[in-house]
Design a protein around this ligand. Structure first.
Ligand SMILES: Nc1ncnc2c1ncn2[C@@H]1O[C@H](COP(=O)(O)OP(=O)(O)OP(=O)(O)O)[C@@H](O)[C@H]1O
Ligand SMILES: [Mg+2]
Length: 148
């Protein structure tokens, strides 16, 4: 396990973190799916991170909070992953298992899951966990990345 903590001061820094994280995973040729499991309270920055990450992946459509749609697929062009799936399991929890989570992972897709701590037990062992915590000031955040 490797653990890394980043102290964020502004919204811009969260976006910069997402951009550099995107570049890192785009660099590595992948033939398997990858799960990014996002944790953190309401308004911590999970969707903000996903939007900035999506931009780096060439997604021009705006990525909205998927709270009401549960999962949304963004096809990718010339990327190591076929699609980016933006998933929010806040409402559905483990029911996402019946809604095709395994199918999403059967191809080389990138899954970005908000509130992933609600379905911890069914996520792959090589899932990258990214936790967002509020800091003292309004725009401060602490981001902790855990990976195998
Ligand atoms: N450093 C920061 N990083 C991320 N968001 C920030 C930061 N500073 C301020 N914000 C604001 O906090 C809010 C984060 O909202 P966001 O929708 O990304 O949270 P979320 O974790 O997805 O919440 P939810 O659980 O409701 O889906 C945005 O309005 C954003 O502008
Ligand atoms: Mg959100």
């Amino acid at each position: 396990m490797s653990k890394k903590t980043i102290n964020i001061k502004s919204l811009k820094e969260t976006k910069q973190f997402a951009e550099s994280f995107a570049k890192e995973i785009l660099d590595k040729p992948k033939c398997r799916s990858l799960v990014l499991a996002l944790e953190g309270e309401l308004g911590a920055g999970k969707t903000t991170f996903t939007q900035a990450l999506g931009k780096e992946f060439g997604i021009n459509k705006s990525i909205l909070s998927p709270t009401f749609v549960i999962s949304k697929r963004f096809p990718l062009k010339n990327k190591p992953f076929k699609n980016l799936y933006h998933i929010d399991v806040y409402r559905v929890g483990y029911e996402i298992g019946d809604m095709g989570l395994k199918d999403f992972m059967s191809e080389p897709n990138l899954l970005v899951i908000e509130w992933a701590d609600k379905i911890r037990d069914i996520l792959p062992k090589d899932t990258v966990w990214i936790k967002f915590e509020h800091g003292k000031e309004g725009t401060e955040r602490k981001i902790t990345i855990n990976r195998r």
